[in-house]
Design a protein around this ligand. Structure first.
Ligand SMILES: [Zn+2]
Ligand SMILES: [Zn+2]
Length: 299
């Protein structure tokens, strides 16, 4: 059996989905798909244990969403094409979204340029959060000592960033303790939404529906099953800032999404549990799949 046969629909009219290389110049690759904390080990080896990091290529442009531990592997892959310019967008600065940055090898190479973007939240900017985790005695090299050129951009809500070549990145605020941004990438008439660490309550979040309208791909916080979210066998998760697959499907239908990717898996979920979450999602929204490390979507 090929890996593809185990991983849901091989392709559809919107995107091709496979493990490995992209087949078009608008492509999404998953380097870390986990929430909260890295979970290496035999029970998670298929989906992967690294925390949030997604790479999007728009032609020559390299856009990265979040700097979880998956960023280390992405950085190693970029070492083959120095010097690089990368655009690194942060949903927010909780640990699972920044902890890979001190191990992002291109930051240690002069000539590389890292443009960083994020919202100011209650705890400060992206720059203060990244610097904080690299202070002595937590880490030996301070942010200010990195040889690559770093540029920090504080985004305001609704701001559109022009990456070049007709590629834009737009944000909207989600619902998460301390605040979070969701992002939309538009390129050549197609679009991808990155919306993690957010939840909606009785109805799909109107801001997210507006941001995601008619998008080709929605990458959405699907940390929980509906039962886990409701607190069956544990604590209820309402207000924790994470979502479940029925809420994701409601958003897909409200925003006319073509393909739904389940993302930010709970660290307690084994490969089998993530695949069961995927199977249940596909039963109500067929063009859906669970993100795993190495998954590549070509638009
Ligand atoms: Zn998170
Ligand atoms: Zn968070």
């Amino acid at each position: 059996m090929t890996p593809k046969a185990m991983n849901g629909p091989a392709s559809n009219t919107v995107v091709s989905s496979q493990r490995g290389v992209a087949t078009t110049d608008f492509a999404v690759r998953f380097w870390g798909v986990r929430g909260s904390i890295p979970v290496p080990g035999p029970d998670t080896a298929g989906i992967g244990g690294n925390t949030s990091c997604v790479e999007i290529r728009c032609g020559e442009h390299i856009i990265i969403f979040d700097a979880g531990t998956g960023l280390r592997l992405l950085g190693n892959s970029l070492m083959r094409q120095m010097p690089v310019d990368v655009h690194l967008f942060f949903s927010h600065v909780h640990w699972d979204h920044i902890q890979g940055f001190p191990f992002f090898a291109p930051a240690f190479i002069p000539g590389n340029r890292i443009f960083m973007y994020g919202g100011k939240n209650v705890s400060g900017t992206v720059e203060t959060a990244l610097a904080g985790q690299m202070e002595m005695p937590n880490f030996p090299v301070h942010l200010s000592m990195l040889p690559a050129k770093l540029a920090f951009n504080d985004l305001h809500e609704g701001e559109v960033v022009d990456i070049g070549s007709g590629c834009t990145v737009t944000n909207a605020a989600g619902n998460h303790p301390g605040g979070v941004y969701a992002y939309r990438v538009d390129y050549r008439g197609k679009s991808v939404i990155y919306a993690t660490d957010t939840e909606h309550y009785s109805i799909p979040d109107p801001k997210l529906v507006a941001l995601a309208k008619n998008a080709d791909v929605l990458i959405f916080d699907t940390m929980y099953t509906p039962e886990e979210y409701a607190g069956v066998g544990g604590m209820p998760k309402t207000g924790w800032g994470h979502s479940h697959f029925e809420a994701g499907v409601a958003l897909c239908k409200a925003a006319n999404i073509k393909h739904y990717v389940l993302f930010h898996h709970d660290p307690a979920q084994t490969d089998a549990m993530v695949r069961e979450k995927e199977r249940r999602t596909q039963a109500i929204f067929p063009s859906a799949e669970a993100a795993y490390e190495g998954l590549t979507l070509s638009l």
